[in-house]
Design a protein around this ligand. Structure first.
Ligand code: AMP
Length: 304
């Protein structure tokens, strides 16, 4: 099934205790679409870059067979840039800078050929723009949305409005607490369900992710890696793996949502093993499936 991805396309400067990169390929739409491309086609991207966006990055996305007809190039402007620094505890990240550049003028226009996409993933952008995207497409089978502290704090009413249009929302633990003013994550998830989305996924970094619906709770561990180089994009790769699997199977049953969470966790685990999108570069469906199976052994046990 077709998948439409809308989000940031960025040049990231990232420092972790294990190294650093400058102007590396990043952005929510990039990680989501690259991760999803291992499962489904076509994956269509709507985003914006400046005239300085390197051709190598375009080639990488094309090599993943991602449809870039919806990628606007503003030749007179510079690409969105983000800088972050991770501490020894890789769950702690400081944003060093956010240069919106062409992203400030982003006006998502959905090409006519994209308007019937069956699955839609709204990366972390202004909730007003997320709504603008949904207004341009015919009723999709599933809308998955992401957000961040910045929008919860600055545009809470707009976000609440947009959340009503999402079937699944993916947030991290601190965002869930901030959104609901509820410290307990299960209670927070239930509060979010009352705000619109039928499915809430709460990511907890190296502590895994929990999927909550009105009548299910499913907890997935994170894959226990010994070498994590760069957590940037883990959340977006999770979202891409999650929706990519659902689009591939076109099955949103409770059991398949659980498999999608494990595929999401699998893609996130490959992402963090290298800097930028490098962890997704040498991947194959076979490698993904092997790790998916390894996940099954992680918490399987016999009663006696
Ligand atoms: P994640 O690590 O999954 O939270 O996503 C990191 C990605 O989000 C990076 O590649 C950044 O370029 C991108 N990003 C950071 N801040 C923003 C923002 N305000 N709007 C959109 N994308 C952002």
């Amino acid at each position: 099934m077709s998948l439409l991805v809308v989000g940031s396309v960025a040049l990231d400067t990232v420092e972790t205790p294990f190294g650093q990169v400058s102007d590396a390929l990043g952005g929510s739409a990039v990680y989501i679409s690259a991760a999803a491309s291992f499962f489904t086609a076509p994956v269509r991207v709507v985003g914006v870059v400046g005239g300085d966006f390197p051709q190598d990055h375009v080639h990488f996305l094309e090599s993943r067979k991602i449809d870039l007809d919806g990628l606007q190039v503003m030749k007179d402007g510079k690409t969105f840039r983000w800088g972050g620094k991770y501490h020894y505890d890789l769950n702690v990240r400081d944003t060093l800078f956010t240069q919106l550049n062409v992203f400030e003028r982003f006006d998502p226009q959905i090409p006519p050929g994209y308007r019937t996409s069956g699955y839609v993933c709204l990366g972390n952008i202004d909730p007003i723009l997320q709504r603008q995207v949904l207004n341009q497409i015919s009723k999709p089978r599933l809308v998955v949305g992401d957000t961040m502290n910045y929008w919860i704090e600055t545009k809470p009413n707009e976000l609440v409005h947009t959340m009503k249009l999402m079937d699944v929302i993916i947030v991290n633990d601190s965002e869930a607490r901030l959104l609901t003013q509820e410290p307990n994550l299960i209670k927070a998830a239930k509060k979010i369900i009352r705000m619109g989305p039928k499915v809430v996924i709460i990511k907890k970094g190296e502590h895994g992710a929990t999927l909550v619906t009105e009548d299910t709770i499913f907890a997935a561990p994170a894959y226990p890696l010994e070498n994590i180089f760069d957590p940037t994009g883990a959340g977006d790769s999770f979202a891409g793996g999650f929706i990519g699997w659902l689009a591939r199977t076109d099955d949103v049953s409770p059991d398949n949502l659980k498999r999608a969470v494990i595929y999401g966790s699998t893609l996130a685990s490959f992402c963090v093993e290298k800097f930028s999108v490098d962890g997704l570069k040498e991947l194959s469906y076979l490698k993904i499936h092997d790790r998916f199976r390894a996940f099954m052994d992680l918490s399987r046990f016999d009663e006696k």
